[in-house]
Write a protein that binds this ligand. Sequence first.
Ligand SMILES: Nc1ncnc2c1ncn2[C@@H]1O[C@H](COP(=O)(O)OP(=O)(O)OP(=O)(O)O)[C@@H](O)[C@H]1O
Ligand SMILES: [Mg+2]
Length: 351
Amino acid sequence: MKINPFTLSFGMEPHQYISRYSQTSEITESFTSDNPPTMVYMISGVRGSGKTVMLSNITETFSSMKEWIVINVTPDSDILSSIAAKLYSRDDLNKLFVSAKLDISALGIGVSIENSHKIFDIETALEQMLERIAKKGKKVLIAIDEITNNEYVKVFVSIYQILIRQKLPVFLLMTGLYDNIYNLQNEKTLTFLYRAPKIMLEPLSLNSIARSYKDILNVDSETASRMSKLTKGYAFAYQVMGFLYWKNITSKNGKPDVDSLLSEYDDLLENYVYEKIWTELSPKEKDIIAVLSKNEITKVEDIRNELSLTSGNMSVYRDRLNKKGLIDTSRFGYLSLKLPRFGEVIELWID
Ligand SMILES: Nc1ncnc2c1ncn2[C@@H]1O[C@H](COP(=O)(O)OP(=O)(O)OP(=O)(O)O)[C@@H](O)[C@H]1O
Ligand SMILES: [Mg+2]
């Protein structure tokens, strides 16, 4: 049997990739412009919306450009040292640092160089390395997936601010859940992140999804469009739907009926993401989602009445749920759930 072309794995570039051209090119175009309008972007979106995949996609693009140096770091270790070590160990840069007699062996990186000026602090080390890199006409892109506001990230971002103030060519791309980005930018010393542009991952194009199902699964247009709508453009759901359809094609019965896939569809969405999303909500947020789960679309006024919320409170929750990527606010005065089958899945958890 052939391997399923769809995947349930997170954090890896899928075989079936739906382009996010406009959001991706916004980032690549500003970073590569002669006069970059910003050197930082933050990608945010609900779990399973495709943050990691988009980050890998962009870093691959930059890696293939010869003037760019891409450094991937994790937020759970000393980020500054990790960047310095990664820059130092690159063949193309190592020679540059050694010939400039940049000796950072005191920081545990590289080897000691004779007749050199030893550098003892990481900030100076990075500064000097970046100056050498800048002189060579190169630029550095630092990519961090899934940021939180831990000590490592806080220290890194505050030093990063200083580096860009010195006009060093160092760009930063981070992904994170809304809560984490929000907490980080509210740190007193990191307020510059407030102004850093945020890209909120939007649903994938329903037309592209339908086209992909048609091509890969050989389904008719009507079925493809039905399946596409059932994903609401949510990246993980696109994979799950395709995965289940493929898995249920049998030589005996032929193609499955889409309705027969729904219970397994709900189970996978629940186990992989919805359960986690639900437990991370505050009690009031859960109440609002519960009201929304009863209808396709709900009047804001009706939610307020049912939960006795003031309009001030309501707009705070509305804003937060919107930024978390859980609700659709596009129709004025109305709200609806953004994730596919979320209402059906959470039904059992509501008192
Ligand atoms: N552009 C895309 N086209 C098709 N599938 C995608 C796309 N982006 C992501 N996916 C799929 O969606 C799922 C989630 O992707 P990813 O791991 O990038 O999400 P995430 O936002 O990083 O989630 P988390 O917050 O849990 O880290 C994966 O199965 C991935 O294959
Ligand atoms: Mg991720």
